[in-house]
Ligand binder design. Sequence first.
Ligand code: NA7
Length: 537
Amino acid sequence: MSKQQETITNVDAVVVGAGFTGLYALYRLREMGLKVQGFEAGSDVGGTWYWNRYPGARTDSTCTVYQYWFSDELLDEWNWEERFPSQAETERYLNFVADKFDLRKSFQFSSRVTAASFDERTQRWLVTIEDGTKLQSQFLLMGTGGLTEPVYPDIPGVGDFKGESFHTSRWPREKADFSGKRVGIIGTAATGIQVIQTIASEVSELTVFQRTPNYTIPMQNFKLDDEMRQKYRQEMPLIKQKVHETFTGHDYGTDPRPFSEVPEAERREIMERLWADGTLAYWAGSFAELFTDEAVNEEFSKFAREKIRARIKDPALAEKLLPTDHGFGTRRVPLETNYYEAFNRDNVTLVDVNETSIESITHTGIKTSAQEHQFDVLIYATGFEVGTGALTRIDIRGSDGTSLKECWAKDAETFMGMQVHGYPNMFTVMAPMSPGAAYCNVPTCSQQQVEWITDCIDHVRKQRQQSIEPTREAQNQWVAHHDEVGAVMLAHKTRSWHVTTTSDGRTRPVAYAGGAHVYKQRCDEIKIQGYPEFNLS
Ligand code: NA7
């Protein structure tokens, strides 16, 4: 052994990321008695809720399902303040969890993992941190999130703007002061909507550059009191069970009846009730055919368009803010609060970039085909490199030295979003081909995957084996099944971050579209059957 090798620390598991996934993974692995080291690029815990601190950032899931369920003590001790927690509240919660379970001591912060390679001989991963530190680990668990790496728009001059500019997912810790400022924002999806509705009344002028309008649902948020929290706690055993019985990991499932059998009058009543609930239930808790049947989808789309149109004063503006090229729920449906009212204000202007194209970003603002806009602040709410971004930015090399980036350059294929053939003992959470990549309430699917992964690691250790990976055949079968269930989704035909294009030109949903409940059953079966589709060595 060389001197350099002697100094390399050896651990049983490395966990990358200190967000919802990484914190729980670290907790579980430590409870199992493993020596675990966590790494986090940020200076503290929080993951998504550490980075995405833009104005108005908030969950679109209710607090009852946007939390951990593994500890009754935690459920008793933490008091949610709002039905839909803000970024600040969610970040506080994750800090509380980290302190309560003493997780911080196992993480090294401000430490980005830059490389990881699997050594076939030792059956261990060699993990490299940006400062050059290396360590060896038997298992590698990537809690790096599906929406992590920011994407900037492909517009000439990006980076040239001399005023303040922010990507929403890299927002500074200090509160930005918008008073008296002219602000431009690109992006009108979940993030852009939250920013726009929040800052419209603070800025001097807000110019919104919209490429695709989205359907939204008005959020019914409110402060919780002790009585409400007590009620939620009493319901918790049922909620914990329910989230694993539904398509999207929420505590509301779809109506079991075929939509055609629901009388006309009742349809309207159901839609009104779901809409008024102010959650994602109008989308994820209505009828399964909403996702697959054009006629059913059009009924829900029409209803949503009517509701939205009624709130916009200028009819011409309403037409621009209403989606016409896709059906309701075929793209991510954000919840909103006074979003449309923001456009009724005199200081807010909408630029439809399909009519007036963006030509370039200049030192002072944005040049369109019609005029030059001068801004003090420019905000990019332009999304993420979905699913793969956080993983391919690390130089990950499998048993034959192939980089994951190269392997995925063609198609990002996985076994159930949790392992990739050729990369033994590496586990991913919220990765492509799992429901959590797009179609599942993140804490539900993240916890379910972490539990499956840690049980799998336990199995390997109990079998006195060194490594585990899915067979090539098992992965191919999962990919075929993924494509088959995905092909029936209307979302499959709509351009959005939910859909990718394969190397042979087909569209493919990034997430598993068979349902989070079905996915969990399959995971449970694999465990009970003793991991039959895996190579253990
Ligand atoms: P998204 O959903 O990827 O949205 C990005 C937005 O940026 C969307 O409105 C895009 O329009 C817009 N965009 C991107 N590039 C351009 C250019 N060049 N010109 C104009 N507009 C552009 O990201 P979010 O952060 O809002 O949400 C991601 C997820 O985070 C969200 O779904 C939640 O699950 C949490 P497009 O729609 O592509 O036409």
